[in-house]
Ligand binder design. Sequence first.
Ligand code: ADP
Ligand code: GLC
Length: 480
Amino acid sequence: MKIVHAASELYPYVKTGGLADAIGSLAATLADKGHDVSVFVPGYRAALKHKEVAGAEQRLGLRVEMGDRLYAGDVRVLPVKKGLTVYFIGREEFFDRRFPYGNGERDYEDNDARFVFFCKAVVEVMRIAEIRADVVHGHDWQAALLPLLLRYEERRSGIALAMKTVFTIHNIAFQGVFPMRSFALTNLPDELLGIDGFEYYGQINLMKGGILFADRVMTVSPQYAREIQTPEFGCGLEGVVGTRAEDLVGLVNGIDTRVWNPARDRLLPARYAVHDLTGKSVCRAALLKKHGMDEAYKGPIFGMVCRLTEQKGLDFLLAARDFFVQQDCRLIVLGTGEKRYESALRELAQAQPKKIALSVKHDEEMSHLIEAGADFFLMPSHFEPCGLNQMYSQAYGTVPVVTRVGGFVDTVTDIDEQPADGTGILCQPAAADFITALQRAIQLYGDRDRLIEVIKRGMTRDFSWQKATAAYEQLYQDTI
Ligand code: ADP
Ligand code: GLC
């Protein structure tokens, strides 16, 4: 199949979260399976500085109409490997900035123009480079205009660009909501501005357009597909999602086993596998040492790596502060994000430097060391479309402690509910339940034989993209 993906992040060129990992691995695995895959991403400053991209020789110039102006764009074409080409849609005015979406706490004010430009440029490159796709797959609000723009361009030019379109919701909390007047940038007809179109409480909502106008709609786990049809998780779009219930599927992400495999992980001080966990102890000692803690410590270590945002349940973590202070344990957190969480966690770490540590930075190597060196990995999210770290944790023999939401429900089995299959600890998304879950973790830690069984079950689970991609191939075939 000829498959086009469009997304705002792509590992290893630009990443703020799991979206980058998911698109990077999905595209590469589809290419390995013999498909012809093109991926479009914005040419952010960080991406263009990446050495492969900086060396890319092929360039394409284009012009995009937005409203009554023409905007020039510069596209770098990177042939990554057989079957996989990445197109970086460049325009300095929009993408030569320090961050992809905004300056720390606030989104950039021209995000409407930036991502309308991105979607229009994808269509234009497909037209001039004669990419005739079987499936065009857009991800999240930044690519949500694509299904519709493609159909209008086909109508205008008489050229068939895409047989079918798929739209994935990676996170319905971010919808791309802008003032009505931004719609003029799309050059789409005003009739699409109504309640059956992009209109959303007097504004426009780009994600709504993606949900309404793609041939198929996807989420990144079956549980999240159910949840977003309810007011509790739908973030106001539950009704819109409900209208597409028949065309909605949830497919769990995989993990990139070339990057996340404890037996081959070059970012770790030692490697290990299910039959010999010696290397895990070496990682444990290194993790403690790096955080100025006693290397010989033998009690349970809790690790956490995430964006410091409301989604990730940092309020539950902070509500459990007495637990971490009173229990014999260690807590190591890595993350960047909102200042309020950062300062609360910093205060806690400063009060308990021998027990609790916080690193505020993006650090791939440290994230691998935490996955490998910790005993338990904490993800008390309020909602979680899929989540990747709970799968990395299982692969690394680190027991995930997660809330009973979204992808966690589909990827972690509770040790008390299903003792023969359990790989982790699940709890309700509530502070008191989370503390009970932490206590269950301490209990498990005290039962060495049971702990080893749980670890081994997690490590032998198959979360690979090889497996996950088969479901995508099936979905594309069905859609076509
Ligand atoms: P989300 O996309 O909602 O942030 P996911 O669990 O899908 O959540 O993916 C998060 C990804 O980002 C994981 O690969 C995680 O290890 C990584 N990550 C998050 N924060 C950091 C950080 N500070 N340093 C390194 N990696 C991080
Ligand atoms: C989003 C979600 C996360 C998911 C990722 C990749 O960032 O928050 O749960 O794993 O997308 O699909």
